[in-house]
Design a protein around this ligand. Structure first.
Ligand code: ADP
Ligand code: MG
Length: 314
């Protein structure tokens, strides 16, 4: 059966943790991923793509900060907009090329998307979202820390800068996304969780934050009434006791199990936890199933052969 699938692509799947993040590396990663996404389109599914920008937006912040004597740095939300454009372009071009190769006559288009947040969201005074490069030791980011930037230890992979990550409330361009998607075009939207904006006296204004793409992706999937919300990241399956000798990969999770394991602390904050929360919220809001897997397993996971499937059943 043909499905409407919202795919949320991880920023780390575009720039894997071990890589420097050259244009060529990011092109290659995206090109590989979109080859798998093309298969989902080839099998007749309606696909809407969203993506993260954690590594990219963090790198842009560093670039702006390092060159600030020559070029005035942009606010964080402008870096979000920049990354939406550049990552959207990479996905759009490579996916279109794969579809050409397969002789599938479907267009691909990116919609620059603003996402409304609450200006009083407590996240603004408590940064939690990891962005940018990984640092091995505390000395490696001492200079950044002096500037007042906050850092955390990210899921056993090193230290990273953290920024405010408010809850997405509304997708400003939702109607445009729906209409373009309904016309048969593959839409890339709400990249990097969307450009965070607040509404001040009837005017949208950018705010400095990075919205979690898993949460924003869930909002998009729910609002579009998607059947499947598919989160593609750098693990094939969600695990219990992740990164320990007792690690156990899981194939199926009910909502009750998700909540139990969340409480037991199996999912790291800022990485797997928001994915499980987003998956639960999608299913609770009427979605058929959420799937968490790696890009190369997307098609198999859709038919239940691999990945972790979150559904509302025991
Ligand atoms: P993305 O850029 O795709 O959002 P994240 O780094 O935010 O990627 O989240 C995926 C990462 O979550 C995995 O690479 C893994 O290191 C980490 N992780 C934390 N807890 C778990 C878990 N319980 N099972 C699997 N992966 C986990
Ligand atoms: Mg993430």
């Amino acid at each position: 059966m043909k499905k409407t699938i919202v795919i949320a692509l991880g920023g780390n799947a575009i720039k894997p943790a071990g890589q420097k993040g050259t244009y060529e590396e990011q092109y290659e990663s995206v090109n590989k991923t979109t080859e798998h996404i093309a298969k989902l389109i080839e099998t007749g599914n309606k696909v809407i793509i969203t993506h993260g920008n954690g590594p990219q937006v963090g790198d842009l912040l560093l670039q702006h900060d390092s060159a600030k004597k020559q070029v005035p740095p942009f606010p964080m939300f402008m870096c979000g907009a920049q990354s939406q454009g550049s990552i959207g372009f990479l996905i759009q071009q490579t996916l279109q090329n794969h579809l050409f190769k397969k002789k599938i006559e479907v267009d691909v288009a990116t919609i620059i998307t603003q996402v409304l947040v609450d200006k009083d969201d407590p996240a603004f005074s408590n940064p939690t979202k990891p962005v940018g490069p990984f640092y091995e030791k505390e000395e490696d980011f001492a200079e950044e820390k002096v500037k007042g930037f906050a850092f955390i230890e990210d899921a056993g992979r090193g230290f990273r800068r953290v920024v405010a990550s408010p809850i997405p409330k509304e997708i400003v361009e939702l109607n445009s996304i729906r209409n373009v998607s309904d016309s048969g075009i593959v839409v890339i939207a709400s990249g990097g969780g969307g450009i965070p904006v607040v509404n001040r006296d009837g005017n949208y204004q950018g705010v400095d934050a990075v919205i979690d793409k898993d949460r924003a992706g869930q909002l998009l999937a729910t609002k579009l009434g998607a059947d499947v919300f598919m989160i593609l990241t750098d693990v094939e399956k969600v695990a219990l006791n992740f990164n320990t000798p007792e690690q156990k990969d899981i194939s199926n999770l009910s909502l009750v199990e998700c909540k139990k394991y969340m409480q037991e602390g199996h999912f790291a904050e800022g990485s797997m936890l928001p994915k499980i929360q987003a998956a639960v919220a999608f299913v609770e809001n009427g979605g058929e199933k959420a799937v968490i897997t790696s890009p190369s397993k997307a098609l198999e996971a859709l038919t239940g052969e691999t990945g972790t499937i979150i559904m509302n059943k025991e």
